[in-house]
Design a protein. Structure first.
Lengths: 343, 326
């Protein structure tokens, strides 16, 4: 899975390969932003400014980044409760995400959804779903609409390894394959369903990839910590879907650094496992990649400084933001804007 | 006017809406080539083709999930769940997903879809294919719930459901499929949230839904002929939105309230209505409101047992008579 620089030009090896400098810088920035934003979310818990629960993607930034980079405007994302990264990766301002986590009026849904339900339809984020597996069939439906109307957009659905053992996963895979829908199923295998190792509760070694054959799909298992690898797998799946070639199921091997949720200190992990994965940290890998392609330290540093500054500004705005007004308690239950169920 | 079965009215209602709007699509198990296990969707495949009328695998979650995703992004799907009992295997979509996505997203997402299903007892199918699940649906904020009792209402309410911007649960009663009724020619479009007074009377108000409507009407005739008791019968038609004004107006005239419910007793729709009447029209009542329901039991298969479980014409008539004459 090691990326080999090709097409040396300009004295910098491989800078104009299939990914190219601009996109690489964008993907580095994105991964760094996701890392910093999740870390900030964690810090804000500790200050009791993020209420409720929260599920962080620390360590899994390359998957969200690689897929988002391969998307076109109009493509649709369906996320899980671990959806902050996928939402940010579609270009949703970090202030809107942090605002929602802090349940403020400036949040994406003005505090009505919370951390587990991030939604930004204008950015193609068609919801984050907190019931395991629910969004796979829903993504099928969006893809069915594209197929029916001749629209060229593709729906992508992100989920964890634990999802591969719920019924909706299997219903959706079969349904998408039979109807040849333009949908991509992305399993982020971070090795733990919640607290339990996925291997302890799954009949096959690779919970998604080893099931692909059941639905007539190609077995795709990739390094989910290398954004270039993810990007290439994503781009190929998008191309296939847009060409009418039907669904793809992609298993990305990755690791979450934090516990399942805010309440989980992740004490069940064997000693040394976290450290071993941190050696393959996606951001570390990508910094080395940039260096390999001759991008200077100062460029990287400038990106990091800018991301941190923007995040600090967003955090301050959220801290100063108002709580939601009480009158939105009962708005948008029904399409008339209210909650009236009787005359 | 032509006479049409409740079963044929389903196909006509769907066809009316599919012909009107190319965004209306229809999916479910055995609905296309086979025309539905109740033969309620015969001819739709031939009329609208396999792109708009689609057979699915036995995957209720995929059916409702796909309907939701399609609705969110611009289609107006009609999804069939063969038996309403199967709501239990896809209840996530009904209770957690399309009912709540508008609210959770602060109005960003919409789900204009219709879930049609065969509801109710009378076919001797036993406890897992006979239930009346209207109370499962009524309790969920974000859903609308309708249950027609006549062929004409099937078409009109189905059209209203398809055109409605919210998710609508459309409960067709299995025992009503062979029943017939007068249906006018041309387009029929009704309104959700309106009850209908199907018999005028001055002594008591009887509320009923779906299969219980013809039974309540027959009981009212019996009461009139045998006991001189003159009942008003209201077909509730729509549980959400609920037409409380028609109900309260009737109670204000008759001063007595009876509900006839096929759902098992606990948390049945009648309990909610009795509570509303107690809150808002207590001093109009000349006696306690009475709920006539299926008992709190799973439904049996044997015909003599199933017949005993559901409110029957004699049971309704006797309960009303006893209450009014005591």
């Amino acid at each position: 899975m090691q990326d080999k620089p090709t097409n040396p030009t300009d004295g910098r090896p491989g800078i104009n390969d299939d990914i190219g400098e601009q996109l690489r810088l964008r993907m580095y920035r994105m991964q760094f932003e996701l890392r910093e934003a999740e870390q900030r979310a964690f810090d804000l818990f500790l200050q009791n400014l993020v209420k409720g629960t929260s599920h962080l993607s620390l360590g899994q930034e390359a998957v969200a980044t690689g897929f988002a980079a391969a998307m076109k405007p109009g493509d649709l994302s369906f996320c899980t409760y671990r959806g902050h990264a996928h939402t940010l990766a579609r270009g949703v301002p970090v202030e809107k995400v942090l605002g929602e986590l802090m349940q403020r009026d400036n949040g994406l849904m003005r505090g009505k959804g919370g951390s587990m339900h991030l939604t930004s339809a204008e950015h193609g984020v068609m919801g984050s779903y907190a019931i395991i597996g629910a969004h796979l069939p829903i993504a099928c439906g969006a893809a069915w609409r594209a197929q029916y109307k001749g629209d060229k957009d593709v729906s992508v659905c992100f989920f964890g390894d634990g999802t591969t053992n719920i019924g909706a996963f299997h219903e959706a895979l079969n349904f998408a394959a039979v109807w040849k829908l333009p949908v991509i199923f992305v399993c982020e295998n971070n090795l733990y369903m919640e607290y339990t190792p996925i291997g302890d509760v799954t009949a096959v070694a690779h919970p998604a990839a080893d099931r692909a054959a059941s639905y007539g799909l190609e077995r795709i298992l990739i390094d989910g910590n290398d954004a270039d690898v993810v990007y290439r797998a994503a781009a190929s799946a998008y191309e296939k879907a847009r060409a009418g070639g039907g669904p793809s199921l992609i298993e990305c091997l990755t690791y979450r650094y934090s516990g399942h949720s805010r309440a989980d200190p992740a004490k069940y992990r064997p000693e040394g496992e976290l450290e071993r994965w941190k050696e393959r940290d996606p951001i570390k890998i990508y910094r080395e990649r940039l260096k390999q392609f001759g991008i200077g330290d100062q460029v990287v540093l400038d990106i990091e400084t800018q991301v941190r500054r923007e995040l600090d500004e967003a955090t301050e705005k959220c801290k100063a933001a108002a709580m939601p007004p009480l009158d939105i308690l009962s708005t948008d239950v029904y399409a008339d804007g209210g909650f009236a169920w009787r005359n | 006017m032509a006479e049409l079965t409740y079963r044929d009215a389903v196909a006509r209602g769907i066809a009316q809406e599919m012909a009107r709007d190319p965004d209306v699509v229809f999916l479910g198990e055995d609905v296309a080539k086979a025309g539905g296990v109740f033969k309620a969707t015969v001819g739709l495949l031939e009329q609208f083709g396999p792109v708009r009328v689609r057979d699915t695998p036995i995957s209720e979650q995929a059916i409702l999930g796909a309907a939701m995703g399609a609705a969110m992004t611009g289609l107006k799907p009609i999804a069939e769940i063969m038996f309403s009992d199967f709501f239990a295997v896809c209840f996530d979509y009904i209770a957690n997903e399309f009912a709540k996505s508008r609210y959770m997203s602060n109005g960003q997402l919409k789900c204009p879809l219709v879930v049609r299903t065969g509801n109710g007892a009378g076919s001797r199918f036993g406890a897992q294919h006979s239930q009346s699940v209207e109370n499962w649906c009524m309790m969920i904020p974000g859903l609308k719930v309708v249950a027609p009792s006549t062929p004409r209402d099937v078409i009109g309410l189905l059209a209203a459901a398809v055109r409605d911007p919210d998710p609508v649960i459309f409960l067709e009663h299995k025992s009503l499929y062979p029943t017939k009724g007068e249906v006018p020619e041309g387009e029929i479009v009704d309104a959700l949230g309106s009850a209908r007074i199907v018999r005028r009377g001055k002594d008591a108000t009887i509320l009923a839904l779906a299969l219980m409507v013809p039974r309540a009407l027959e009981a009212a005739e019996t009461l009139k002929v045998q006991h001189g008791i003159d009942c008003e019968v209201i077909d509730v038609r729509s549980l959400v939105p609920l037409d409380t004004q028609t109900i309260l107006g009737s109670v204000g005239r008759t001063h007595r309230l009876f509900t006839v419910e096929e759902n098992p007793r606990l948390c049945g729709w009648g309990a909610e209505i009795v509570s509303i009447v107690a809150d808002e029209a207590f001093y109009e009542l000349d006696g306690p409101p009475v709920r006539i329901t299926t008992p709190h039991i799973p439904l049996p298969a044997a015909d003599i047992l199933e017949d005993m479980a559901l409110p029957t014409v004699p049971r309704i008539a006797e309960r009303v008579r006893k209450s009014l004459q005591s």
